[in-house]
Design a protein around this ligand. Structure first.
Ligand SMILES: Cc1ncc(C[n+]2csc(CCOP(=O)(O)OP(=O)(O)O)c2C)c(N)n1
Ligand SMILES: CC(=O)[C@@H](O)[C@H](O)COP(=O)(O)O
Ligand SMILES: [Mg+2]
Length: 632
């Protein structure tokens, strides 16, 4: 079967159940083969093959709006809408994006990457549809994990109240990245094990009608009894209470069951929720049998065995260094506890969880709650450590402003995936956190140059008692440096000079230190002596060192793998302005644009964050006339 011939999903309407089953088989095989080379979000996609086919058969995309929550499970949708031939380039620079992308197809009506936005977006589209007197379906497809997100619950609350016509597809595979958590997860479990609601509902309505009508108080009591009976007998009552008509549970791998319920739903007024049960990793044995994450996001692997093909790298993962250090500290300090918003695996917290099951809180996809919960713990003298990706901390900005920093609470943050993350692209680059945290009063911000300094920063963070403190660290592995046996306390706001030099100074931190050191080595060969400073505290700055540098009146280059607007370099400009220095200064960093997907090295090259560019900029700073650069 030539899957690249699929250009428009309309062809599905003619297919029989047998033909759909056959197509599903080929799509699974295709994904297993392609992703074995490129990597990607395999498990979630294998789980929604039939569901995506059924949705595209039933609805008319792009007139009807299919909205994929998170969007990591949109690969089949991409195949059906003419992008099958691009899968060799998945998640690579200028290749197919791993998430829905409007520039790729008119069928991608909403872009995602972060979780739990689909219901709000759908509500917006439904409101717009009705205001414009249009007639089309709006269909958010949301996972059981994404449903734990605050935004999704806020939207449920509003949609049910407004009674807009929407068809919510709840894709319940009992998994977030790891196993799903929470009371909602348990409630879905009860719905899964109950019978079909549509049928049960009819029977209940029949029974209810047979309870004789009586007047006065007895009648009120009878009504209450009827309501509570219904509550216990109808599995989807939770969603019905929210104002939705619930259909399910539906077998998400059975075309007949899916189509039947989609038909019911289309004939129902107001918001509808179809509870679809799927299996993450379906059809690929290594994924199905992996109880840990059912192959949520993977790199290349051997198809037959499922063995992962990892580049040989014995250096420790940054996240592991951090969680090991927290664990070591937690052994001695029973006030220490870790909070993660659904990222136990990515943040490498499994070992910590095994060691301290009662001191690891997976709160679901609930970044806002995670941060304010930590603040609450801190008010009671505990030492919470919030392990959170830079990109997902964006969700909790107000909680940082209002709850943590304003109250100057002792919350420690491990900001993971800081800097460019690569293949996940625009939605996941961890490049904004310095800019959105640096301006908050009371916070300390730091980034280590290597994993040894990283463990000292964890210790520094958890021993700090003067308000919030965060260390940021990149995706991937450290440098493989020697690790001290004993933790050290770093003096807050003190930088270190890594390379002495009189001609110019590079102020940098974290991932760009290697680039700066290597550039300075090359510059030295041409007679230019550049000082390289590990500006490991981004807030507070090392004022003493900065005064010294500014007084030397040498050119300064700031270098950061973070946005330039409001970033570290900006803070140096502010320092100069506040202290009436007028240095020749150039800032290198991430320009004012969203950075697409691709390998980190390729992306750095694209935006000119390279060793060669550092050398060029230093030369420009040293010889502005020669290079025809205008400087005040
Ligand atoms: C705001 C936010 N927090 C965390 C994540 C990381 N993340 C991506 S997918 C996922 C699990 C989603 O589970 P579910 O919606 O059930 O989809 P499934 O993978 O099970 O199909 C998580 C936690 C994210 N994308 N966005
Ligand atoms: C879709 C999503 O948000 C996550 O699955 C993300 O892709 C994980 O990224 P890491 O691989 O960096 O943990
Ligand atoms: Mg799930």
């Amino acid at each position: 079967m030539d899957l690249t011939k699929m250009k428009d999903p309309k062809f599905l309407k003619q297919l029989s159940v047998e033909e759909l089953d056959e197509l599903a088989k080929h799509i699974r095989q295709f994904l297993i083969e392609k992703l074995s080379v490129t990597g990607g979000h395999l498990g979630a996609n294998l789980g929604v093959v039939e569901l995506t086919l059924a949705l595209h058969k039933h609805f008319n995309s792009p007139k009807d709006k299919l909205i994929f929550d998170v969007g990591h499970q949109s690969y089949i949708h991409k195949m059906l809408t003419g992008r099958t031939d691009q899968f060799d380039t998945l998640r690579q620079f200028k290749g197919l994006c791993g998430f829905p992308k409007m520039s790729e197809s008119e069928h991608d009506v909403w872009e995602t990457g972060h979780s739990s936005t689909s219901l709000s977006a759908a509500m917006g589209m439904a409101v717009a549809r009705d205001m414009k007197n249009e007639d089309h379906a709006v269909v958010p497809i949301i996972g059981d994990g994404a449903l734990t997100g605050g935004m999704a619950l806020e939207a449920l609350n509003h949609i049910g109240h407004e009674k807009k016509k929407l068809t919510v597809i709840l894709n319940d595979n009992e998994m977030s990245i790891a196993g799903n958590v929470g009371a909602l997860h348990k409630a879905l479990g009860r719905m899964r094990s109950a019978g079909k609601y549509n049928r049960v509902k009819d029977e209940i309505e029949y029974l209810m009608k047979r309870i004789p009508a009586v007047g006065g108080k007895i009648a009120q009591t009878a009504e209450r009894v009827k309501d509570s009976m219904k509550y216990f007998m109808v599995p989807g009552m939770l969603f019905e209470e929210f104002g939705f008509t619930y259909f399910g549970p539906v077998d998400g791998h059975d075309f007949k069951d899916l189509e039947e319920n989609l038909q019911y739903a289309s004939k129902t007024d107001g918001p509808v929720l179809i509870h679809v049960i799927t299996k993450k990793g379906k059809g690929y044995q290594p994924a199905e049998s992996d109880k840990k994450d059912r192959w949520h996001g993977v790199g290349p692997y051997k198809i037959d065995s499922g063995e992962k093909i990892k580049p040989v790298d014995n250096k420790p993962a940054w996240s592991q260094v951090v969680s090991d250090a927290v664990e070591k500290i937690a052994e001695k300090d029973d006030r220490v506890a870790v909070i993660t918003p659904a990222m136990i695996l990515g943040s490498k917290l499994e070992k910590f969880q095994k060691h301290f099951p009662d001191r690891l809180f997976d709160v679901g996809i609930a970044e806002q709650h995670a941060v304010t919960m930590a603040a609450g713990m801190a008010t009671q003298g505990m030492k919470p450590f919030v392990a959170i990706y830079s990109t997902f901390l964006q969700r909790a900005y107000d909680q940082m402003v209002h709850d943590v920093c304003r109250q100057k609470l002792n919350v420690a943050f491990g900001i993971d995936r800081a800097g460019l993350v690569g293949a996940d692209g625009e939605t996941h680059q961890g490049v904004f956190d310095i800019a959105f945290l640096r301006h908050l009063p009371n916070i300390v911000l730091m980034m280590p140059k290597d994993e040894n300094e990283c463990q000292h920063m964890v210790h520094t963070a958890l021993s700090y008692n003067d308000g919030p403190i965060a260390l940021r660290f990149p995706r991937g592995n450290g440098l493989g440096v020697h690790m001290d046996k004993e933790f050290q306390q770093l003096p807050i706001g003190k930088w270190e000079v890594l390379e002495k030099g009189n001609d110019a100074v590079i102020l940098t931190f974290g991932t760009t230190i290697e680039m700066a050191l290597s550039a300075s080595k090359k510059l030295k060969k041409s007679g230019v002596n550049v000082e390289v400073v590990n500006a490991r505290f981004l807030k507070p700055l090392d004022n003493e060192m900065l005064h010294d540098i500014m007084k030397r009146n040498v050119p300064i280059l700031t270098l950061e793998e973070a946005v330039l607007q409001g970033g570290f370099g900006s803070s140096i400009l502010e320092f100069a302005e506040e202290n009436s220095y007028y240095p020749r200064l150039k800032r290198m960093g991430i320009p004012d644009q969203y950075i697409e997907h691709g390998s980190v090295n390729k992306l750095l090259e694209e935006i000119g964050l390279t060793e060669d560019q550092v050398i060029t900029e230093i030369n420009h700073l040293l010889h502005p006339q020669k290079n025809n650069i205008k400087r005040a």
